[in-house]
Structure formats: C-alpha cells, structure tokens
Design a protein around this ligand. Sequence first.
Ligand code: GAL
Ligand code: ZN
Length: 665
Amino acid sequence: MNFQFGVDYYPEHWPEDRWETDARLMAEMGLKVVRLAEFAWNKLEPAQGRFDFAWLDRAIGTLAARGLKAVLGTPSASPPAWLIAAHPEILPVDSEGRTRGFGGRHHDCQSNPTYRSHVARIVTALADHYGRDTRVVGWQTDNELGNSHDDLCHCRHCKKSFQDWLEKRHGDIGTLNRNWGTVFWSQTYDSFSQVPTPMLTLTAHSPSLLLDWKRFHSDLIVNFQQVQIDLLRARTHGQFITHNFMGFHDLIDYYNLAAPLDFVSHDQYPVGFWENPPYRSPAVLASALDLMASLKEKAFWIMEQQAGPTGWQILARTPRPGQLVLWAAQSIAHGADTVVFFRWRSCTVGTEQFWHGILPHNGVPGRRYDELKGFVGAMAPLMPRFEGALSGAEVAVVHSYEQNWAFEIQPHHPELDYVKSAQDVHAAFHDRNIPAAFVSDRADLSAYKLVVAPLVFLDLPGVSERLKAFVNAGGHLVLTARTGVKSQSNVCLTENALPGPYGELLGIDILDYDCLRGVTVPVAVGGETGQGRFWWDVVTLRGAKALAAGGTGDHEGEPAATSHQFGRGQATYWATLPDEVLMGALIDRAVADARVSSLGASDAGVELVRRRAAEGDFLFALNHSAETRTHVPGPGWRAVAGGATLPPYGYNVFFRPKEVSGVIE
Ligand code: GAL
Ligand code: ZN
C-alpha cells in the first residue's frame, strides 16, 4: 500500500478554518497521504475516559475530500499532564536516581503498569473508532521509540522487570553468577532481587551486567510496541502497522522492533542542527537508508523527510535550492516507496518553532513548496514501476546491535566506534558505486558474493556457523580485528587462541595484540600506503597468506591482512581497522577477488544507486555537489527523469529493460 508522497500534519496546531486551504494545497502539490495525531493524546482524551475524536474526524474528512488518506500515530509518546498528575510514578528515573519531570515528550517509564494500562486504553479507543475507516490506511506505533530514553529508566518497576528478564535468560542465580563471573570484586548474588540496574556507581559496572541491561532495555521497548500492535491487529481491518525508525539509533535492536511490522519507516534529516558541523556525508546518509532496507529486507517508507531548515534552540543552515529534492530522491533511490515530508507548516508554538516545514510560518507557499511540488510531479508517476524493488546488492555489511552494545561498553580505543566502522566499510563500497546492503548476523547470506563482518567481537549463537557455511559454499568473507574474543555473556573466550571460533576458517592465530593509542601503522597495498588504526593483531599464519604487512615501526613485517581458502570460498582477515586509503585498497582487492560489479564511474560528488525492478533496472544519479556535473550510463539506458546534465544538487533517473541488462531473476 504505497502513496508515493505525503506530509506530517498537525491540524490541532491551527485554526479549523485553515484546514481546507491546507488540504487543497497538499492535493495541488500531488500529496496522497497525511500522518496525524501522534502527539495529540490530550486533544483526543482531555480528561481520563472522556474521548474526543470529533475534531480528528473532521480533519480526516477535510483531507479525504481532497483525496488524501490518513496514517494515525498512537499518541503514547506524549502522556498528558492530567495523567502524570494523577500517577507521578509514570515519570522515569535516571541512573542518578533523579525523577525526570513532565515536559518535552517521552516523560514515561515504559515498564510502568499504570502508564501501560492508559496507553492500552487510548490505543483501544482509537482502533475501535478508526479500525474500519477506509479513509485511514495505516498506523504508526508511538513515535521514534527509544528517542529520549537513553539511560532510562531505573524505577522499581524497571528493576523488577530487569530481574525477571535475567531469571528467564539465565534460569537460576547460580548460573547468572557463573555466566557473568560475579566472583570478580565480590559481586556474587544470592538472589535475582539483589541484582541492580546500572545506576551511578563509584567505578565501572560489570561488562556482563551492562550488556544484559542493554538487551533487556531493547526487549522492553520491543514488548512495549508489541502490546500496541496486538491491540491494533485485533481491531483494525486492511490497515498497515509501521513505526518511524531513526537510522543508526542504538538503543533498540531494530531487527526485533521491525519484525512484527508490515514495513518499516524512517525519519531522514540530512542536516540536523544538533550535529556539529551539521552535515552528514552522502555516504552516511545512504548508510541509514540501506540499514532501513535491511531491517525486513524490504522497501520502506520515509515517515519524516526533511522539508526545511532544522532547529530547536539553535539552527542548522538552510538547505540550498535543490537539496531538499536531492535528499528525497536519495531516499527513493535507496528503497523508499513512499516519502512523507516533515512537516507541513512551520509551527509558531512549542519546542519546534524553528523546525521548518514545507510552508513558512505565515502559511503562504514559497520556494520549498514549489521545489517539492515540481519533484512530486516528476517522480510520483515513475515510482509504481519500481515499487518494492531494492538494489540487488552483491555485497553485504553485517550489522549487529549486540556487537555495537559490547563496543559501547568497552570501546577499547577511545576513537573506535562499531557503527562508524560498519559505516566506513559501507562508505568504501558507496564511493565505488557498488550497491551494498546491510545485513543482520541472523540473516541468510546466500544472496551475496562478498560479505564484510566488522568487529564480530561476541560469539553469538549460530553466527560463526553461518559465516563458515557462507564461505564453505563459495562466498568471500572479510573479518576484522577484535573478532571471536568473547562469549555472548561478554566474558573472554578461552577454548582457542584468538580469533576464537574463526581461527580455522581464517587460517591464523593471534597470540599478541596492541591497542594503537597515539600511533597508526603504515601499510602499503595496491600501490598506496594507508594506515592501520586503533588496533593491531599480531597474526601468526597457519595456512593463510599475507596480503599486506605493517611498514616501518613496531609492527614492521607483521601481516596487516590475510587471505585463506576455506571450502569453496575465501576468508580474509584485516588485522587492524583501516583508514580510508587502506580500506579502499583492501576493498578493491576483495571486490576483484569476489567478482563484484560496480554501477560504473561517476563525476566527483555524484552518487549512483540502483533499484532492480521486475521490468528492469532504474539507475539514479544524485549530484551532491554544488557544481554542474554530467552522468550518462551508456548504451541500453534511456532517461526517464532529468537528462545527462546534473545541475548543482540535481538528479536524473535512467532505465534499462531486463532483456538488455540480462538480469535473470
Ligand atoms: C523527529 C520527531 C518529530 C520531530 C522532528 C523534529 O525526530 O519524530 O516528532 O520532533 O524530529 O525535531
Ligand atoms: Zn521505569
């Protein structure tokens, strides 16, 4: 169920006599769907049990009269003041034991039974009212689950839920003590009721406790959503359920959060005011989109696509003419079937007064409206042709929330970051116009020729077996430093030398290592010299051959990368974390060995992206630079949007039918 383009709209922020003008302008722009009500709890239930859906009925009616369908958000992210006043225990408690106050949003503890019962009431009432309304096409659960909940919550309900969760996972307290190694520093527990949540202590908590806390927190939020999904599924008919994800946000295992949804949605803000400088590279933007495609291995929606300058207390720069369109085109190129712009009109009140919408504060359509309208007109007719299609990537980068959590707990080197490492690998493919998917470590890898699995630190159930089977069947696998180090309980493995369960596959032993604090190791490969960073494994070859070695310095002559034939495939090891130059050279090598193909060469700043549809391939060229560029893909392709010349921030789309591309599905 796709609508190509839509907008996030807050009719409750505006006088009702304006709604008709808004609906008309939306329809004239070519929009088809509107997300509503995800923060409107108090307007929908102004006092406990007194529901008022009449205003929302009228708003939905006004939109429907212009052909616009509605997606409703469940309003659990903004519990009203009357609810908190009656039940202040709903407020979350932080790791210093402080209760966070009412105000802003998400001021709630997600395990609190009172809060949960009120969420269930409002979701049930909404679903009963709108579950068979054909003007409502779907639902968004909550809003950006995990947002604002970073070190929350440590209230007594969360503590009890954590302890119950631990009992389920470990069985009995003796097993937890063994799994965590609580003998260290006299932390042995007699019962689950003694196990703390990781509140502020004098010194660091056990890494095993911290990892289970992160797992618990993720499961808690997944369960919080599931309760809503169950209520909605039981009461709705022919309406989808989705949620708006936040790219590489790290609090929740997004693969689990995505599993019960019909499809995932994502909020894409290329220039967020909170970042300094507030720009993300095209590769980083692409990585978030490719992660979204990986969550269900399925096309997705953008539920919030940047539509103007972003700002709360401070602002980011105004997107240049063309940039909003370019970023929306990038979302579509990477697998969005519907793009919903955030927001319709810049709000005059509240925290987000300077988070600009398509319309300025005065509501008069201007540059942003005109640019986006032009884009919708050009792109909407094309989109059904590649609906559902993804890139057809031959390459995948493994991404695991549990591995990320382990590195958040123990980054080793102050600059080592799991997500950044995965994004760096993805960026190396991106820079070469090679479509690269992200993939869960629980996924089937057989569709890929080349898989890079950075930092497989924890030995999680089934993962080494899956990776070995992939190589055995002819795949090319790249593993990196800090692989095969710990058990799933976050304690060091002892059965083998490092890299633990991967030694045989890789044909190496690691008997010594060096955290590269304040130094890098030069490595020459493929005619270039890059640097190994953060970590260096001292590799002993046990059947593998060295692909490159450390240059002058403490690690001179030691293998920097190795390669080993295993079964019908090849297993490569990077003994360090490569900088961009070294990564590029090593990726070039892996791409050649695995016979992976690129979408072709492009001018500087021009990103090439493919959607491989049943009728053929759609190739997007996206000019992220402020200069005019050109891109023509060569024989067999014909332009379906734009032309060879790419103005600053311009894009084009070319199509090649299947007979020509020779794709056999
Ligand atoms: C998103 C959120 C929206 C709005 C927007 C601008 O993260 O889902 O509700 O807050 O950011 O800040
Ligand atoms: Zn709590």
